[in-house]
Design a protein around this ligand. Structure first.
Ligand SMILES: Cc1cc2nc3c(=O)[nH]c(=O)nc-3n(C[C@H](O)[C@H](O)[C@H](O)COP(=O)(O)OP(=O)(O)OC[C@H]3O[C@@H](n4cnc5c(N)ncnc54)[C@H](O)[C@@H]3O)c2cc1C
Length: 399
């Protein structure tokens, strides 16, 4: 098939490699002219690691990652709310803490090594069914003219939370920005973060996260109302440190190493269906990753879900004998329950972690230590964090 994959994030890069390896004619379209490793640390769960392993990228990723085997949550004054270890679920694999840029570099190298056709500096503006396939129109951000990239049998929208492919195909059911986002920084860490993701909350409006990031760095995430981010940045780093210090606990020295804070926002995205068939079944558009299901990042699941989508889509197309429609129906069906479980959890967690609903803080702080010690709960939480649940008992496996 002639396949256009839009977006060089985890979803798009993995899909391009997997479909290219299966003999499809793949073109990867990315808006950035010179894509580079950027961003902060991410927490990559066992599910995402499994997909990277199948792409032979896990071993090199280990070289630049640190194991994150615990999550510690504290309330006001450092009161312990929960301490969840992946070891609560026997046989589970801990997460990896790594720099988003390191994952990007590995995946981009995998795309380049294969000689996959790349269209860089090409922002997709529309995706339309035409005679002979789906037409993709792109704009060069530096130039005035729109270009037609040709006709494709399958367009894969891996273009993130603000997906143009999703909107062009009329698949958006919900696309809302969250009121809260995060200011983040990456700082050197001589090992004091150990193997623990640390989170301290004061009410629901103040929250500091410290994530081990690779071998010698840590990422700080400071919760902030989106509309107040500019004010916090304008007030300067010292003013921010004053606010953050009471939440930093043992990590207070890391605050002094911050030289710049950068803003990140999140969106909540749902789709009517993850695909649309056009041209009487001969061509189609399909979404994956944040384009299909962007959510807040509390569970550190987004990259793993995106990689699982990519693997499942490739497996769906392998079953091509029944046609494109049947393959994409199967893909959508495979992914639905798994994605829904994580959407449900993030819907539950966002108001409790990052919101104006301050009244929730008191019951959260009172109940969390009890709930986290209830038999069965640590195991459920460790399983959900690992990224492969569809319900408290059901595990989702890569097809
Ligand atoms: C602050 C923050 C912290 C996070 N922490 C974690 C974490 O710890 N663990 C985790 O697993 N996930 C985390 N996530 C979520 C994770 O980043 C996403 O789920 C993941 O990056 C989704 O991958 P993707 O490939 O679908 O999209 P993206 O990574 O957004 O990639 C989309 C790509 O498409 C390109 N693009 C966009 N529009 C167009 C267009 N019109 N034309 C051409 N190209 C286009 C973009 O330039 C980009 O390269 C976090 C997110 C945020 C905001």
């Amino acid at each position: 098939m002639r396949v256009a994959v839009v977006g060089l994030g985890a979803a798009g890069a993995a899909t391009a490699c997997l479909l290219f390896d299966r003999g499809h004619d793949v073109c990867l379209v990315e808006q950035a002219e010179d894509p580079r490793p950027v961003g902060a640390g991410i927490w990559l769960q066992a599910l995402g690691q499994q997909v990277l392993d199948r792409l032979d990228l896990l071993a090199p990723l280990h070289q630049v990652s640190r194991e994150v085997s615990r999550v510690r949550m504290e309330g006001r004054g450092g009161r312990l709310l929960a301490d969840i270890g992946y070891d609560a679920l026997p046989g589970s694999t801990p997460a990896l803490g790594l720099h988003r840029g390191d994952l990007f570099s590995l995946m981009f190298a995998a795309v380049r090594e294969r000689g996959i056709r790349l269209e860089l500096g090409a922002r997709v503006t529309s995706v339309e069914p035409r005679t002979g396939g789906i037409a993709i129109t792109v704009e060069d951000p530096g130039g005035p003219d729109a270009r037609d990239l040709g006709r494709f049998d399958l367009v894969v929208g891996g273009d993130g939370a603000r997906s143009r492919v999703r909107d062009s195909l009329g698949l958006t059911a919900r696309d809302r920005p969250y009121g809260y986002g995060a200011l983040w920084a990456v700082v050197p860490d001589a090992g004091q973060c150990g193997d623990t993701l640390y989170q301290r909350m004061d009410g629901t409006r103040r929250y500091l996260g410290v994530l081990p990031t690779g071998r010698d760095r840590a990422s700080l995430f400071w919760s902030e109302r989106v509309e107040e981010m500019d004010g916090v940045l304008a007030a300067g780093l010292d003013a921010w440190r004053e606010r953050a210090r009471p939440l930093a606990g043992p990590h207070a020295p890391l605050l002094d190493a911050v030289t710049e804070l950068l803003p990140a926002t999140y969106r909540s995205v749902r789709v009517r269906s993850s695909y649309r068939i056009v041209g009487g079944g001969r061509s189609a558009g399909v979404l994956l990753g944040d384009a299909a299901h962007a959510m807040s990042p509390q569970l550190g699941a987004g990259t793993s879900l995106a990689l699982a989508d990519a693997w499942t889509l490739a497996a769906a197309l392998d079953r091509g004998k029944d046609g494109l429609t049947a393959a994409l129906e199967w893909y959508d069906d495979q992914r639905r329950a798994h994605v829904r479980w994580y959407q449900w959890w993030t819907r539950l967690m966002m108001p409790v972690f990052q919101s104006d609903l301050s009244a929730l803080a008191l019951p959260r702080d009172a109940l969390a230590p009890l709930v986290a010690r209830t038999p069965g709960v640590p195991r459920l939480l460790a399983g959900t964090l690992s990224g492969d649940r569809t319900s408290p008992r059901r595990v989702w496996r890569l097809p």
